[in-house]
Design a protein around this ligand. Structure first.
Ligand SMILES: [Zn+2]
Length: 182
């Protein structure tokens, strides 16, 4: 499938690793089809860790803001009712508490996907914006991010990536910036 967009989630836990979330999703009955590489159950396509992998007591800087692959981008996910043909990105964290490294990783990852799939703003949404009530738990909304600000940051990164791609392209003589001959 070609992904229709990106849905951002939070784990609603203070800690988590790709292995741990794979176990949580196995317990919920999620299962990837075929014989995929990597974790067999995780429903997200990407997980961004906060430096606390197995408990909230231990912080390890080298695991803060690290992007882990769950499913492949073109593989169906299991993360949002009605939006499993969208790429699911999950930030580890609870109550809107994420680290600066996680934000940087999220903006970069999503900015790159915006460029790759030519996504417009309403194709980059939070779980709570999918329109399904189940996205709301305990009166809180996943991913507990200001999605307006998030989109602004993501689209700023996408603009930088596009500008860089343009400047790296070798324009042949007579390219779009050449002065037309009269
Ligand atoms: Zn969610």
């Amino acid at each position: 499938m070609t992904p229709k967009g990106v849905v951002i989630h939070c784990s609603a836990s203070r800690y988590g690793s790709i292995e741990l979330i794979d176990r949580w999703h196995a317990a919920r009955g999620f299962r990837r089809l075929g014989n995929p590489d990597g974790p067999l159950h995780v429903g997200y396509h990407y997980l961004i860790t906060n430096g606390r992998l197995m408990s909230s007591a231990t912080y390890e800087k080298q695991f803060d803001g690290v992007i882990y692959r769950g499913r492949l981008e073109h593989e169906r996910g299991a993360h949002a009712l009605g939006c499993n043909d969208w790429i699911g990105v999950c930030l580890v964290g609870k109550s809107g508490r994420f680290t600066p490294s996680q934000y940087a990783a999220l903006w970069g990852l999503c900015g790159a996907m915006v460029v790759r799939y030519a996504l417009v703003a309403d194709q980059v949404i939070g779980h709570c914006e999918t329109g399904h009530e189940r996205a709301k738990t305990d009166g809180k909304t996943c991913p507990e991010l200001d999605m307006g600000e998030a989109r602004e940051a993501i689209y700023a990164v996408a603009a930088c990536i596009r500008a860089r791609m343009m400047s790296q392209e070798q324009e042949p003589i007579g390219g779009p910036f050449a002065v037309p001959e009269v």
